[in-house]
Design a protein around this ligand. Structure first.
Ligand SMILES: [Fe+2]
Ligand SMILES: [Fe+2]
Length: 136
């Protein structure tokens, strides 16, 4: 499987597109890690992914929300709630027993990212595209 950002996923903002690409990259890395899964301990690698994702959500959501606020996006509150939901979900995942269920954790993480891309980026983020364009 290849998790690849495509030109038609663009929300017409270079910074946000770059940030979204980064999420695809993290997803791809998790997928590669699952496919090469062997008996090695992946605990450190998984914790690294969690911390990277955590940094990423905080940075990206804040950046996006500020930009949407600037352009007076009418559905900002609902959008913020969705962001909050993804942050909580990631928090729950990080608090599970990771050590003894490493492969399951990676599989759940890849599902989490796939959901985020399909349910959020390709729907909710796409929905603000026109508001961003009108700002220019
Ligand atoms: Fe986004
Ligand atoms: Fe968003």
């Amino acid at each position: 499987m290849i998790l690849e950002w495509k030109e038609n996923f663009s929300v017409n903002n270079k910074d946000i597109d770059e940030q979204h690409k980064k999420l695809f990259e993290i997803g791809q890395r998790i997928y590669d890690s699952i496919s090469t899964m062997n008996s090695y301990d992946r605990y450190d690698e998984i914790m690294e992914i969690f911390s990277e994702l955590n940094e990423y959500v905080k940075f990206h959501f804040k950046f996006e929300e500020e930009l949407l606020e600037e352009c007076g996006y009418s559905k900002l509150e609902t959008h913020k709630m969705e962001h909050h939901f993804f942050m909580k979900k990631l928090e729950r995942e990080a608090n599970r027993d990771i050590e003894s269920s490493q492969k399951e954790t990676l599989v759940r993480l890849i599902n989490f990212i796939a959901d985020w891309i399909v349910q959020h980026i390709l729907k909710e983020d796409m929905a603000y595209k026109e508001s961003l364009m009108m700002k220019r």
